[in-house]
Each structure stands twice: as structure tokens, then as C-alpha cells.
Design a protein around this ligand. Structure first.
Ligand code: HEM
Length: 262
């Protein structure tokens, strides 16, 4: 990852230098409305006093790359394993995709019409938030309704995994995979569902993340039927087993079987 990021930065720095040399020519070109990438903007703001140092450039780029890709990939893989093991949900989702998309080749334009897909992705993120915890530092004493006080300067962990399975918010079946719950009323408590965090430091890419997971699932399901892996099948007694470092990981390596649809 480091090498990749280094190459990316070197390439964009060279391009930026060239574009400065050709500035006059570029400015004179009509309609040069090319979008700038996040990295290009960071490079533009670096090098000067108060700008980004090379180390900061590397770290910011790496954080964005990991925050954007590993989370989205983990969410798509977890949803695939759940769908493979819940054939009824998979059938309903496939029917919706067929109904909305038909023979159309473009999924992106119709994403907002795929309501059950939205529910499936949210239910996956509820039960298995790819980043299951976050950490905050108290900048002032906070008195909690329980009577506990979080003291200024201490760090505390926000446990999304626990919040998302709290029966007070989600009912007695909080541990079950039931996407339909997102088609009806969801809990009133703002913090009952926060796979992307909450507040000013929450996920900056949540819309892109949600859209990416939905697109990949819709495309996958259009072409393949998902089946449980040969070695194991989920059940009440055998729930999905995950481990956790920064990101959730499936202990069985996200294995599923794909059967081509005709
Ligand atoms: C399903 C996909 C994703 C999930 C589950 C996810 C989840 C999260 C979570 C839990 C946080 C910490 C929030 C907090 O502490 O309150 C976070 C932060 C962040 N995410 Fe995402 N994320 C996803 C996709 C993305 C994408 C696609 C991008 C970028 C294009 C992105 C960029 C970021 C960045 C930059 C932060 C740090 C924000 C800050 O510290 O101010 N994420 N994400």
C-alpha cells in the first residue's frame, strides 16, 4: 500500500509541475473543466509554508484509500455471505432487481428505486458494521443519564456492534437478519444505527460507500445465484463468526458459491 501511495503521489506531483509550467496554455483553453481528485487538491496545497508535508500527504492518502476500500469491500462480502445463507431474502431481492432493472444495462440510474436492496444493505451494516467501534476523547466532563461521569481527557469507545443489537431499540429479534425491519419504522433513537459513525467526525464517504455496496450486490445478483460455502451453513446455532482488528473479518474468509444464472 505504501509503495502504491508513493507512486501515486510522485505521478501526480509531476503532472502538477507540468501543469504549472503550461499554466498559460491551459488557462487559454476553453472549457477545461476537469474535476480534480482529492490527492491533486492536497498536492496543490502542499509545499508552501503551512501546506502539507510529504509525510502528511502520504498519511492522508493512505487513510482515505483504506477508509474507502476496505470498509466497502467488507460490507459487500458480508452481505454476500448473508444472502447466500438466506435464500428467501435473496429471492425477494433478485425479484426486485429484475422488476426495476429489467434488461437495462445501467444499475446506477435506478439505485434509488431499489428499496429492498437498501434494506438488505442497512440490515447487513446493522448486524455486522465493518468498523464495529470508534474512539473519542472527552474534551470536557460529561454526565451520563446513568449517573456515570466521563472525565475530561479520558478516551472512550463507542460500540456500534452493541448499539445495533440492543433489544430496547430493535426488538426481541435484534440478533436476526431481517431486512424488512428497514422497510417499516426504524428506532427513534438517533444513535441506534450508526455504521458510519455520528457527528462532525463521522464518515465523509457514507453516500459513496452505500452506493458502491448496492451497485456491486445488484450486479452480482443479476448474474449469479449465491449459495452457502460447501463446508458450512449458517443457522441459529451456527451464526456468522467474525473476528476483528480494525475491520470485521469473517473467520471462514467470506466463502460463498456462485452459480451462473441463465
Ligand atoms: C460501507 C462503507 C463504509 C463504512 C461502513 C464506513 C465507516 C466509517 C466509520 C465507522 C468511520 C468513523 C466515524 C466516527 O468515528 O464517527 C469512518 C470514517 C471515515 N470514512 Fe468511512 N466508511 C465507509 C466508506 C467510506 C468511503 C467510501 C470513504 C471515502 C470515499 C470513507 C472515508 C472516510 C473518512 C475520510 C473517515 C474519517 C473521517 C474523520 O475522521 O473526520 N468511508 N467511516
Amino acid at each position: 500500500m505504501w509503495d502504491f501511495v508513493e507512486q501515486l503521489i510522485t505521478k501526480h506531483k509531476e503532472q502538477y509541475k507540468k501543469s504549472l509550467e503550461n499554466k498559460l496554455e491551459r488557462d487559454n483553453q476553453p472549457g477545461d473543466g476537469k474535476f480534480k481528485s482529492f490527492l491533486e487538491l492536497l498536492i496543490e496545497f502542499s509545499g508552501e509554508q503551512g501546506g502539507y508535508s510529504d509525510t502528511e500527504l502520504r498519511e492522508e492518502t493512505l487513510v482515505l484509500l483504506l477508509a474507502a476500500t476496505d470498509t466497502t469491500a467488507t460490507a459487500s462480502c458480508l452481505a454476500s455471505v448473508l444472502l447466500a445463507n438466506h435464500p428467501r431474502v435473496q429471492r425477494r431481492l433478485y425479484d426486485e432487481i429484475q422488476q426495476v432493472l429489467g434488461e437495462s444495462e445501467r444499475t446506477l440510474d435506478n439505485l434509488s428505486k431499489l428499496k429492498y436492496l437498501d434494506a438488505v444493505v442497512k440490515e447487513t451494516l446493522r448486524l455486522y458494521p465493518p468498523a464495529p467501534v470508534t474512539v473519542r476523547r472527552c474534551t470536557a466532563d460529561i454526565d451520563l443519564p446513568s449517573g456515570l461521569t466521563l472525565k475530561e481527557g479520558c478516551y472512550f469507545l463507542v460500540n456500534f456492534w452493541g448499539l445495533h443489537r440492543n433489544p430496547h431499540c430493535w426488538g426481541a429479534d435484534a440478533d436476526q437478519f431481517r431486512p424488512e425491519r428497514f422497510l417499516s419504522a426504524t428506532p427513534d433513537q438517533l444513535a441506534a444505527f450508526m455504521p458510519f459513525g455520528h457527528g462532525p467526525r463521522s464518515c465523509t464517504g457514507f453516500n459513496l460507500g452505500l452506493a458502491s455496496v448496492k451497485l456491486s450486490l445488484a450486479e452480482l445478483l443479476r448474474h449469479y445465484r449465491l449459495r452457502p460455502a460447501a463446508g458450512y451453513r449458517l443457522s441459529r446455532r451456527e451464526p456468522l463468526r467474525v473476528t476483528f482488528d480494525i475491520m470485521l473479518k469473517h473467520v471462514h474468509n467470506f466463502e460463498v458459491q456462485l452459480e451462473k444464472r441463465r
